[in-house]
Design a protein around this ligand. Structure first.
Ligand SMILES: N[C@@H](CCC(=O)N[C@@H](CS)C(=O)NCC(=O)O)C(=O)O
Length: 215
């Protein structure tokens, strides 16, 4: 069985959704980053990077990196509806955006959430955070433009893919989320439509419940 090391509001959401889409059995191990559980030796023995998510595969291999985990699961479980096949015409577009989402948007949230790692002690945290937010809004702009050009609500047009799942996860990290969505209407539409997917809706609903241990 798969074992997903998970924490609310983190990059474990996308792999959780893909596992749901795969319809496979998996165990969620709540590892609350807010309580620094990811820094404890039990978790570091699994992922020495001390980052969530980590996925233990049925053969015991440990995988990290949320996007890599998602792509792996898509391959393993033939979830062709979530990603264009390697030689298909949409593949280039798909690869371009998944890397943009992880390298640019996901990475830059660190400047917001972990400001103190970027500036020296006594530095202007508030000023730094303001610039991080301004930049994040800017980094979302190409995604909005790409969505606007489409016929459908999603990055690849009419059908939902991993891109929209990843986008949805990253939108939830923006606080307040509605501020971002009010700037970018196509992004809001993509978020709303993606949330209609059964696996997405289920995982979104489980976020707080899993975190407070009522499941
Ligand atoms: N590139 C990694 C980033 C993982 C990551 O930074 N996870 C965050 C939560 S979203 C984390 O564990 N933060 C805790 C920390 O850095 O102390 C991935 O995509 O999986």
């Amino acid at each position: 069985m798969y074992k997903l090391y998970w924490s609310e509001g983190t990059a474990s959401l996308a792999p959780q959704i893909v596992l749901e889409e795969a319809g496979v059995e998996f165990e969620i191990v709540v590892t609350d980053t807010a309580k620094s559980e990811h820094t404890k030796s039990e978790f570091l023995a699994i992922n020495p990077f001390g980052k969530i998510p980590a996925l233990i595969l049925p053969n015991g291999t440990v995988m990290t990196e949320a996007a890599a985990i998602c792509l792996y699961l898509i391959e393993q479980h033939d979830l062709d509806h979530l990603a264009p096949k390697p030689k298909s015409s949409e593949r280039a577009e798909f690869l371009r955006w998944i890397i943009y989402l992880t390298n640019t948007i996901q990475e830059n949230y660190k400047r917001y959430y972990y400001c103190d790692c970027f500036i020296p002690e006594g530095g202007d945290i508030d000023g730094f955070r303001k610039i991080a937010i301004k930049d994040l809004i800017e980094f979302w702009k190409p995604v909005e433009s790409a969505l606007k050009k489409n016929n459908g609500a999603f990055m690849l047009g009419e059908k939902l893919s991993l891109l929209d799942i990843y986008i949805t996860m990253l939108i939830t990290w923006f606080q307040p989320m509605d501020e971002l969505l009010s700037i970018y209407p196509s992004l809001k539409n993509c978020y709303d439509e993606t949330n209609k997917n059964t696996s997405v809706a289920k995982c979104m609903k489980l976020q707080t419940k899993l975190s407070i241990g009522v499941i």
